[in-house]
Design a protein around this ligand. Structure first.
Ligand code: KG4
Ligand code: ZN
Length: 386
C-alpha cells in the first residue's frame, strides 16, 4: 500500500510517499519520496512557535513539497487525467494560495497512490488545518482514501521504520516530546491506557525552557544536551545532585517538571554562570535530574506490571543519555527495546505514514472518512488516543 503522508502539526512541513507492506508481524516501509522543511529559524526570534507564522509558512510550502515528493518518487505525467478540481479547491477556501497551487498537481499520474494520511493532532490548530485541508483537497482531487492520523501514534510507531516486527504486547511506551510526557500501556488491539503523564510541563518543554534560561537558544533540548555531554565526558564520575527530582518517590506513574524549571531559575539568579565549564555543569545537572525522573518512573511501571517490550517515541529520545539509560534498563529486565532511528525522533511525515499503515492493518481506518466533518485535535492533551 503506497501512502502519501502529510505532517503540519507544529513548525515542520513534512510530506512523504511510502511503500508500506506487511508479512504477518513483519512491517516494512520503503521510502519513495520524503521531504521536510523546518521553520525553526523563523520562530527562533519568538522563543517558541508563533501560530500564524507557522500557518503561513505551511500554506506556502505544502504544495511545492508534495510536487517535489511526487517527482522524487518518479511519478510522471498522466495523459488522460480526470480530476475533481472545483470540489477539491472548496476545502482550501481559507488557504487561497494553496488552492491556486493545487492546480500544479493535476498532471501527475496518481494510480500508484493508495491513500493520503494526514496528522489531525494534537498540535497547533492553525498549522494542523493547512495539512488537513490540503489532504481533504487531495483526497477529493484524486479520489483517494484519507487516513486521519494522530501525531502521537506517529511517534509511538516510529520505531517500526524502516522494517521491524510489531511490538510484543502488552508494550510499555514512553512518549517524550515537546508537548507530551506519557507512560502508556498498549495492547495487541492497539488500545491504549495512559498509566502516567506530566502534571505540568512536558519533558521537552522543560529542556526548551532550561535552554532559554541558559541563553542557549531555541529549540533547546539538543543544545542543553550537547553541553551536558561535554561535562559527562570530562567528569564521568560526577555524582552531585544540584536539582530536585520532583515526584520521583511518589506512588503514581505521573511526573512533574515545573519544580525543576523553578529550581534552575532560582539557582541561576543566585549563581550566575561565569564560564563555559559552569554552563556545561549546570546543563548536566539539569539533564540528570530531568532524566532521573522519567527513567525511574518507567522502571517502576515495568516492575509493577507485566510487559513484553519497551518502546520509545518523541523528540526527546534524540537525547543520547536517555537512549543510553533506557537501553541499560531494557537489557537489565531482558525486554526487547524499540527505539526510533535518530532521523525519526523529531517531527517528520514518515512516522505518519507508518502510523496510518499500522491503523489500516488493524482495521482502525474507515473506508470513507467524512471529509466535511473532519476536525483537528488542537489541544495537546492526551485524550486523543483511540
Ligand atoms: O517530538 P517533537 O519534535 O515535537 C513534539 O511533538 O513535541 O519534540 C521536540 C522536543 C523539543 O522540546 C526539543 O527540545 C526536544 O524534543 N529535544 C530534545 C533533544 N532533541 C530534541 N530534548 C533533549 N535532548 C535532546 N537531544
Ligand atoms: Zn512530535
Amino acid at each position: 500500500m503506497n501512502i502519501l503522508s502529510i505532517e503540519t502539526s507544529c513548525d515542520e512541513t513534512g510530506v512523504s510517499l511510502v511503500k508500506c507492506s506487511r508479512d504477518n508481524e513483519m512491517y516494512q516501509f520503503d521510502v519513495l519520496g520524503n521531504n521536510l522543511v523546518s521553520q525553526a529559524d523563523l520562530h527562533a526570534t519568538f522563543g517558541g512557535v508563533f501560530p500564524s507564522l507557522a500557518k503561513r509558512e505551511h500554506a506556502k510550502t505544502i504544495i511545492p513539497l508534495i510536487e517535489k515528493t511526487l517527482r522524487d518518487a518518479g511519478i510522471g505525467d498522466s495523459k488522460h487525467k480526470k480530476v475533481n478540481l472545483d470540489s477539491a479547491k472548496a476545502f482550501l477556501e481559507r488557504e487561497p494560495e494553496t488552492a491556486k497551487a493545487l492546480e500544479r498537481l493535476i498532471p501527475y499520474e496518481t494510480n500508484d497512490i493508495d491513500a493520503i494520511a494526514v496528522t489531525i493532532g494534537p498540535g497547533l490548530a492553525p498549522a494542523l488545518w493547512v495539512g488537513v485541508n490540503t489532504a481533504r483537497a487531495l483526497s477529493t482531487l484524486w479520489d483517494k482514501l484519507l487516513i486521519p492520523t494522530n501525531h502521537m501514534h506517529g511517534h509511538i510507531f516510529s520505531s517500526l521504520f524502516p522494517s521491524s516486527e510489531m511490538f510484543s504486547f502488552p508494550a510499555l511506551t514512553l512518549l517524550v516530546s515537546g508537548g507530551h510526557t506519557e507512560i502508556i500501556k498498549i495492547e495487541r488491539d492497539l488500545s491504549i491506557e495512559i498509566l502516567g503523564s506530566t502534571r505540568d510541563d512536558a519533558i521537552g518543554e522543560a529542556f526548551d525552557k532550561a535552554a532559554r534560561q541558559l541563553d542557549l537558544g531555541y529549540p533547546g533540548g539538543a543544545l542543553v544536551s550537547k553541553e551536558a555531554e561535554k561535562h559527562r565526558k570530562a567528569h564521568p564520575a560526577h555524582a552531585s545532585k544540584l536539582f530536585p527530582r520532583p515526584m520521583i518517590k511518589d506512588d503514581s506513574f505521573d511526573v512533574s517538571y515545573s519544580g525543576l524549571k523553578t529550581a534552575l531559575l532560582y539557582y541561576l539568579r543566585d549563581n550566575p554562570i561565569q564560564n563555559p565549564d559552569e554552563l556545561s555543569l549546570i546543563a548536566r545537572e539539569f539533564e540528570d535530574a530531568a532524566l532521573d525522573v522519567i527513567v525511574s518512573k518507567a522502571e517502576k511501571a515495568l516492575r509493577a506490571r507485566s510487559f513484553s517490550s519497551l518502546t520509545i517515541g518523541g523528540g526527546v529520545i534524540a537525547n543520547t543519555e536517555l537512549r543510553r539509560q533506557l537501553t541499560v534498563l531494557a537489557s537489565s529486565l531482558s525486554l526487547p527495546l524499540y527505539i526510533p532511528e535518530m532521523s525519526l525522533t523529531t517531527d517528520n511525515s514518515l512516522m505518519i505514514a507508518v502510523a496510518a499503515f499500522v491503523a489500516n492493518q488493524n482495521e482502525k481506518t474507515h473506508a470513507h472518512t467524512d471529509l466535511e466533518q473532519m476536525e483537528v485535535q488542537a489541544n495537546m492533551s492526551s485524550a486523543q488516543f483511540y
